[in-house]
Design a protein. Sequence first.
Length: 301
Amino acid sequence: MLHFLPAPLRGLIAGLLLALNTLICCWPLFIGALLKFLLPIPKVHRALRAGMHAAAEFWISTNTFWMNQVGRTQWDVTGLDGLDKQHSYLVTSNHQSWVDILVLQYQFNHRIPFLKFFLKQELIWVPVIGLCWWALEFPFMKRFSKEYLAKHPEKRGQDLATTRKACARYKTNPVSVFNFLEGTRLSPAKHEQQQSPFKHLLKPKAGGIAFVLDAMGEQLHSIVNVTIHYPQGTPGFWDLLCGRMDQVVVRIDQVQIPQEFIGRNYDQDEAYRLQFQQWINQLWLDKDAQLDALKQRFPVA
């Protein structure tokens, strides 16, 4: 409907709609979080959580609406069949841009349980949206360097404790726990700095999803492995707002979780840790090959 407008004007309108949508939808989340604090009753918490998720899904639906109005994105998506809202999933994807998050929400909203992302602790200070993530019980992780852990060994395992605490809340409702295995967005500089063995990906960090499997492996139905390719090149957030995202290719694969990985301790079981890392590396080798094939079929403009 807004396609005839100049791109910068579309971007301004979309940005205002996104801000207004966020400011309206944040209030049910804040009120729900306050009621959960005042009424520590499990049944009440489950009902409030369902209502808060509905508000968050409405926020995503509204974003989907303005995305469709400002742009004419051609979606080439496979693999959505077989997913539902009655099961819990562990979801992962390659990571190129903040746009990835809206792409994932666009495709999975109302198809699987509400996506809960692992976030860096610093992101809780993002105005309004940081508090929304907190209210929705997104797990905030504090990352420690190897050098810091060498000086403060008592901090080892803190990420695992945070993950377990977050996942304990998810056991009463189906949930989709999301983790970007690469831990950060792909860029040529990061790829070179890592000396990544993958052509189109950064090295995967297996610990995050290993902790999720440790905490709630029996509850998870499968791993939803997503591969995203932008044939026109990686878009920035302003490109999305302006409707300059002409085509998005998404491939979704359900991967069964090997039974031998359930109930194992990634931190303390060295043999399991090595086995799991090898499995994740093979998953990433397959994703790298898939991206190579997609880039040949849908060449970057």
